[in-house]
Design a protein around this ligand. Sequence first.
Ligand code: ADP
Length: 160
Amino acid sequence: MTRAIYPGSFDPVTKGHLDIIIRSSKIMSQLTVAVMENPRKVATYDVEKRIEMLKVVTKPYKNVEVDYYEGLLIDYAHQKNVDIIVKGLRAISDFEFEFQMALVNQKLNPAIETLFMMTNSKYSYLSSSIVKEIAALGGDISSLVPPEVHAMIVSNFKLD
Ligand code: ADP
C-alpha cells in the first residue's frame, strides 16, 4: 500500500493542483488531499468551501479523499499512518521553501518521505493567488480552475 498526503491551502483549487492530484493518485494506492491552514497566508475561502470545491473535483478519482487538518503536517501524517508527502513544484521560486520544509520534516520524522512532482508545463504559472487577483479585477478565470470550481466561484462563492 502506497498512501500519500497532498497538503496545501487550495484557496481555491486550481487546474495546477488537480493535475498533481490526478497524476499522483495514479501512482499511489490512496491519496489524501489535506486542506491545511497556512500561517503565512490569509485565506479567502473558508475551510468548508475549500473542502467542498476539492470534493467536487476529486469525485471521479476513487482512491482520493479530502480532509482537513489544523497543526503540523508531520503529526497529521503520523496520525494517519501515512509515510509519503506529495508536493507540487513549479518554478525555481517554489524550490527553496519546499526544500527547507522537506528537510525540516525529515528532521522531525525521518520515516516520512517528501516526494516532489514537477508541474505540468501547461500550469507552471498557475497559483491560487493569481486566480484570485484576476477574479477580483473581473477577469476570466475559466481556463485556470476546473469547470465545477469556476461555476461555484461565479455563483454562490462570489468574493465579497
Ligand atoms: P498556492 O497558493 O501557491 O497555489 P497551495 O498551498 O494551495 O499553494 O499549494 C499546494 C501544493 O500544490 C504545493 O505543493 C504547491 O507547490 C503545489 N502547486 C500549486 N500550484 C501548482 C501548479 N500550478 N503546478 C504544480 N504544483 C502546484
